[in-house]
Design a protein around this ligand. Structure first.
Ligand SMILES: Cc1ncc(COP(=O)(O)O)c(C=O)c1O
Length: 401
């Protein structure tokens, strides 16, 4: 399932098949040709930003409260975030341990720029969110993949982490809940990984951007709360997923003060402080009602069930997602490479889904399906997908038949 054989795949897709990020962008561009396409590709919430947040932004604009803030962010927001981390994540942090970033994405980038020296290795779970690649390699670092698997619900195995450590290892990157697998790293495993990090004197980068979306009674746990981890953990997060605020480009990180200062130094000469109105939005999100998060979780839980049932109905298996917005679906039973299958699903069913190879070269037998559409649209997408999946599984490889 790891080689592309179908000559019907257009050059724009096959030419970038080995680069996860480019591959996803090529498929998104192609999907723009289909007026009726249902997008189950990207991971940006489709739900509206809560109105009380929008109202605060309107007020800030009307009252001209738009002057730039200090580079690391407005003091009241940094304080509110420190309070959130103490209360919800049990991290022992203060205002000085917090930086606001232009999305979690910039947090990753700033962090790698300040953390890595050329040749340093960062352990990254496979499959992965491929923005990590650019952040790590552009800082001269090298990614070392840690295998995760379906049978283990894509939890991270402490033995696999330890086995990958070399004298050049600088950091372990954890993402829980995970994009793309929807797996979580359980508290028990995090405790073991923390011991390994301490034993080998490693930094831990914990991407917790999906922390609020966990299902079936699973619990999110922050590794930075464990003894001995305070001085070696950088926790990345943001408002994009939790409050459906992707376009505000407002993320944040908690880390030891020297890291925050170093990150702010790079930020000062690149993007400067996060847009002031986005910071007001973040403050309103944190200090206002949290009811929208409960409502989002209810909606995503319902959609997740619809998608799981629909996939089972077409004979596709998956590891039940414990968190995030994705079904990491095993498509190997269809018998064609996931990139081909994604392309054919787009062309013949007008459903945009990313192939597993968008998240790691070993995943040609998987699809990442997001649940960021209404249940009606999800149901329609499933109805359109089923005959395509069945046709190719039956061995009829002639597109369009
Ligand atoms: C795992 C993970 N980390 C970080 C991000 C960054 O999100 P943003 O830059 O919108 O805060 C994303 C976005 O999809 C993500 O999936």
């Amino acid at each position: 399932m790891n080689t592309l054989t179908n000559p019907n795949i257009p050059e724009v897709v096959s030419a970038v098949a080995s680069d996860g990020t480019q591959l996803r962008y090529a498929l998104m561009e192609l999907s723009a040709q289909y007026k009726d396409a249902i997008a189950l590709g990207r991971g940006d919430p489709d739900l509206p930003t809560p109105t009380h947040i929008i109202d605060v932004v309107k007020g800030a604009i009307e009252q001209q409260r738009t002057a730039p803030t200090p580079v690391a962010g407005m003091p009241e927001l940094r304080q509110a975030l420190a309070e959130k981390f103490r209360r919800e994540n049990r991290l022992p942090v203060e205002e000085e341990n917090i930086i606001l970033t232009t999305g979690g994405q910039e947090g990753l980038f700033l962090l790698m720029q300040t953390l890595l020296d050329p040749g340093d290795e960062v352990l990254v779970p496979d499959p992965r969110y491929t923005s990590y690649d650019e952040a790590i390699t552009s800082a001269g670092g090298r990614m070392v993949m840690i295998p995760t698997d379906h049978e283990d619900a894509f939890n991270l195995r402490p033995e696999a982490v330890e086995a990958a450590i070399t004298p050049r290892t600088k950091a372990i990157l954890i993402v829980t809940p995970s994009n793309p697998t929807g797996g979580i790293v359980t508290e028990e495993r995090l405790r073991q990984i923390a011991e390994i990090a301490i034993k080998h004197n490693l930094i831990v980068i914990s991407d917790e951007i999906y922390e609020k979306f966990v299902y079936d009674g699973w619990k999110h746990f922050s590794i930075g709360s464990l003894p001995g981890m305070e001085e070696r953990t950088i926790t990345l997060n943001g408002f994009s997923k939790t409050y459906a605020m992707t376009g505000f480009r407002c993320g944040f990180a908690a880390a030891p003060r020297n890291f925050i200062q170093a990150m702010a130094k790079v930020k000062a000469v690149t993007t400067g402080p996060v847009a002031t109105i986005s910071q007001w939005a973040g403050l309103a999100a944190l200090t206002g009602t949290q009811e929208p998060i409960r409502e989002f979780l209810r909606i995503y839980s319902e959609r997740r069930k619809v998608m799981m049932n629909g996939l089972l109905d077409m004979g596709l298996s998956f590891s039940e997602p414990r968190g995030a917005f994705f079904l990491w679906t095993n498509s190997s039973s269809v018998g064609i490479h996931a990139t081909e299958l994604s392309y054919l699903l787009l062309k013949e069913a007008q459903v945009l889904i990313f192939p597993g190879t968008g998240f790691g070269e070993n995943w040609g037998g998987y699809l990442r399906i997001s649940i960021l559409q209404t249940t009606d649209l999800l149901k329609e997408a499933l109805e359109r997908m089923k005959p395509v999946v069945e046709r190719y599984r039956a061995g009829n490889l002639i597109p369009g038949q």
